[in-house]
Design a protein around this ligand. Structure first.
Ligand code: ATP
Length: 845
């Protein structure tokens, strides 16, 4: 019996959680949104009808119960029947009067938010509607009742009437009028930051006047007194309104040029803010460019703050749904072609045709809502920059701020005659005055004619991987190996095609965001490339960083034929793998040559068209991305043996679709050598501790001035871009890899070719000549016996020798019977138990 009960209980909990999940899903939310909008519409129509039909219905509806009215089938004139008449009578006459119309409007807003076509702040809307409701009821009761005394409508509702009567008794008619105006002013001042300027400007003589070229308040008052009257004239309220309409028209013209309505509405609708901004046209070269995604606020006459807007999230969500997989580009192209012959092309993804790409829902959405733009902070920073520069005798003609997720860029235009180097040298002084780390001066800003000062925001935002992956740009991009890295200072998604880089060097001190950066790169590739199109070789000497990718071994990873695991953690295996990759590279070149093509793209295209026969050894070539974390560790242990194959691959592998990403936390010249640097034109620099390190990575300083936590500089040739790296946490990556891992994969990981070195490869035990022992033979034997660990990398590390020599030593130790044979990636068995037995053994050899 109790078992039955608990089963029943379980079932009902499951149903409830299913319902909840549905309601939380996109479909559920959309459905609820539509319902809510219909309810709002019904109420609104009912209330509008009330103005025309309310008189006829009033006697039938007033003081009755809703059910009574339905049961007794009353003849109701309201367009929405008993329901509408009842709601309208209650809301308008009983409660808050005609301004109750904002109630269905508010409900409609909630519906719109649920549907997701527009992001509306519910709290803001609630406060706004509540104020309108209360203020409106008093206002209507006081004014409209006097204007239209003989009406079936109680203009301010019972609520308004009572309040208004109380106020009128206490303060008199004039007092109530003043209270109504005061409440309105208070509300506008509280809700609109720029309203103070607007109100000030209503009074002639206020200083809402555009300033002269130089921002120098003292000079300004004395010298331009004469011009003041003229300008004040220009600033009169009528002129402002006229100008506002003129500007609005201009903006509408721009908006026809595809500017998103979403982003402009807040600007256009904001009459108060526009009115408060001065009638001041900045010099042509300083004119603010209205970014497609930007919202620009004229905080003061001379200071414009641009807040680049993100693309609407919902719009992006619709692009990838968990149900509808994103087909690989090639497949999409093929499907659109109606040509039957095209359909017969070879389809590399056919083996895993049911493969579903992960959806962006698997990634976490970080709540940055509380981290809006702090106008006070922007203004204070601006003042500090101006004052610091002024202290050193530098005047500027304009200053503009662009607020990014973690950094704000202040662009200044100095007065003619100021030496740029003078400003550049003030980096430390500005940093001191702003009491902030990570100040960077870009003088001049390339192609802009301004000088940039980057200042970290007090409350930085997290750029979620979700926002980057779900962005329209990423979803619609057709790069061969698309990598979405994060967001630039102007909130734009920063993306690049790894194929074009073609190799990438990642550096940064420990804990500054390298691993997160590598995960972001891998994640973007996983979201766009089908397992048939891309394979990865992951090298992880730290052993813990790439472990999460082991679940996708049979989908995306490549490994050596005899390797147990695809993720390489053993230093000794790295040389083998890299050599194997150089072999794969050479094999691919031979295939390309046989196919008479120059690039992997042309080759694969030919293969798809079935113009290359598999019988002649041709095969579809997936891209291979080699990612090495902590490359410094490898160079320290294996030196040239690692550097050489890396350099070879970096020099040649681009055309055959092999790309490398190497990361290091030790950006010194003995790790990032000249050979490495020459072959890795694209560099990603996270924060480093010294200017020298920054120069080693980027060939210039800057990385030492970053603020960490994913703040980075990306350089490709001479261009240097500051980016906030997208944040993807380990659990998020796990979700993705598990989603992929659960799906059908290939039988094995992608097999790399076996590499047989000059000496005949690894397995040389049979030919080992113990008469020609390595000078380190005895010491190595002691080391192995003392540690009881037959590991080649141990020998490498202890004696600082390369892998080949350590491997030879190990073979000699095996031939001497000190260690056992190879056991895949595991250390060899040590056959001698103690040092005494070893000494005996050594003397007998
Ligand atoms: N893009 C980012 N946004 C926000 N926080 C970040 C970002 N990247 C890194 N962090 C923060 O910094 C911490 C360290 O990052 P990460 O592990 O990537 O550093 P690392 O450079 O790889 O360090 P190590 O070299 O020691 O492994 C993270 O746990 C996270 O809290």
């Amino acid at each position: 019996m109790p078992a039955k009960k608990s089963k029943k209980k379980k079932k009902s909990t499951k149903t409830a959680s299913n319902v909840l999940r549905f309601l939380r899903s996109e479909r559920g939310q959309f459905l609820m949104g539509v319902c809510v909008i219909f309810i709002a519409l019904f109420m609104f129509i009912g209330m509008i009808s009330f103005f025309f039909t309310g008189a006829a219905d009033q006697s039938k509806v007033a003081n009755k119960y809703f059910l009574d009215l339905i049961i007794h089938k009353q003849d109701i004139s309201n367009w929405t029947g008993v329901g509408g008449a009842f709601i309208a009578e209650a809301l308008i006459n009983k409660y808050c009067g005609v301004f109750s119309l904002v109630i269905p409007v508010f409900i409609g807003m909630i519906g719109v938010r649920l549907i997701g076509i527009k992001t509306i702040s519910v709290i803001r809307a609630f406060i706004l509607c509540s104020f309108i409701l209360i203020w409106g009821s008093i206002f209507s009761s006081f004014i409209l009742t006097k204007v239209f005394p003989d009406s079936h409508i109680i203009w301010g509702g019972s609520h308004g009437s009572i309040l208004e009567q109380l106020l009128e008794t206490a303060l008199g008619g004039i007092g109530v009028s003043l209270i109504i105006i005061l409440l309105l002013v208070v509300f506008v001042i509280i809700t609109k930051q720029t309203s103070v300027g607007f109100f000030k400007n209503l009074f002639p003589g206020s200083n809402g006047i555009p300033k002269s070229d130089a921002i120098n308040e003292d000079d300004f008052e004395d010298e331009e007194a004469e011009e003041d009257n003229e300008i004040i004239e220009k600033n009169s309220v009528l002129n402002k309104i006229f100008n506002w309409f003129r500007r609005k028209k201009k903006e509408e013209d721009v908006s026809e040029d595809n500017l998103e309505e979403d982003n402009l509405l807040p600007i256009n609708n904001d009459l108060q803010r526009e009115l408060s901004s001065p009638v001041y046209t900045p010099p042509a070269q300083n004119k603010p460019i209205l970014n497609r995604q930007s919202r620009s606020i004229d905080v003061e006459d001379d200071f414009e703050v641009v807040i680049p807007q993100e693309e609407a999230y919902q719009e992006k969500r619709n692009i990838i749904s968990p149900i509808r997989p994103i087909l690989p580009r090639e497949e999409r192209e093929e499907l659109t072609a109606s040509d039957v012959e095209e359909m017969e092309d070879y389809d590399p993804t056919k083996d895993l045709s049911n493969f579903h790409f992960p959806s962006s829902d698997l990634l976490k959405v970080y709540d940055n809502t509380g981290k809006g733009v702090d106008m006070a902070e922007q203004k204070a920073n601006k003042d500090k920059i101006i004052n610091t520069l002024r202290n050193y005798g530098i005047e500027i003609t304009s200053i503009k701020a662009t607020v990014g997720p973690t950094i704000t860029l202040y662009e200044i235009v100095p007065q003619a005659g100021v030496r740029i180097s003078k400003i550049r040298n003030l980096e430390d002084d500005i940093a001191l005055s702003l009491s902030a780390l990570g100040i960077r001066i870009i003088a001049p800003m390339p192609g802009k004619g301004t000088i940039g000062i980057e200042v970290p925001n007090k409350d930085p935002q997290i750029v979620s991987m979700q926002s980057v992956i779900a962005s329209k740009r990423f979803q619609e991009c057709n790069y061969d190996l698309p990598v979405a890295l994060g967001k630039t200072i102007t909130n734009e998604i920063f993306m690049f095609d790894l194929c074009k880089m073609p190799h990438l060097l990642v550096a940064g001190a420990t804990g500054q965001g390298k691993s997160v950066g590598l995960n972001a790169i891998i994640t973007s590739l996983l979201y766009k490339k089908h397992p048939a199109e891309m394979k990865m070789v992951l090298v992880d000497p730290k052993m813990v960083e790439f472990n999460i990718y082991s679940t996708i071994e049979k989908h995306y990873l490549a490994k050596l034929p005899d390797a147990e695991k695809a993720i390489i953690t053993d230093v000794s295996k790295v040389t083998q793998t890299l050599n194997s990759l150089t072999k794969e590279m050479d094999d691919r070149y031979e295939l390309l040559m046989a196919a008479s093509v120059r690039t992997i793209k042309e080759y694969n295209e030919k293969f798809r068209k079935r113009r290359l026969s598999p019988l002649k050894g041709h095969r579809f070539l997936p891209y291979i991305v080699v990612i090495i974390d902590e490359f410094g560790d490898l160079i320290m242990t294996a030196g040239k043996e690692i550097e050489m194959p890396i350099a070879r691959i970096a020099q040649k592998a681009r055309a055959v679709g092999m790309h490398m990403i190497i990361a290091t936390q030790r950006p010194t010249t003995n790790i990032i050598t000249g050979t490495i640097k020459a072959n890795f034109p694209a560099r990603m620099a996270f924060r480093v501790t010294s200017q020298i390190d920054s120069r080693t990575i980027l060939d210039m300083s800057g990385a030492n001035q970053l603020i960490g936590r994913g703040d980075m500089l990306f350089s490709q040739g001479s261009d240097l871009v500051r980016i906030q790296c997208a944040f993807v946490d380990t659990p998020e990556v796990e979700e993705i890899t598990q989603y992929i891992g659960k799906q059908q994969g290939y039988a094995n990981a992608f097999e790399l070719p076996e590499f047989v070195g000059d000496g005949g490869g690894d397995d040389k035990t049979g030919s080992v000549d113990l008469s020609d022992k390595d000078p380190l033979f005895e010491e190595a034997a002691r080391l192995i016996v003392v540690h009881q660990q037959g590991s080649t990398s141990l020998i490498q590390r202890k004696f600082s020798i390369g892998y080949n020599r350590a491997g030879r030593l190990m073979d000699q130790l095996e031939a001497a019977g000190i260690v056992g044979g190879t056991q895949g990636s595991k250390p060899r068995e040590v056959l001698i138990m103690d040092e005494y037995s070893l000494e005996q053994k050594l003397s007998s050899i």
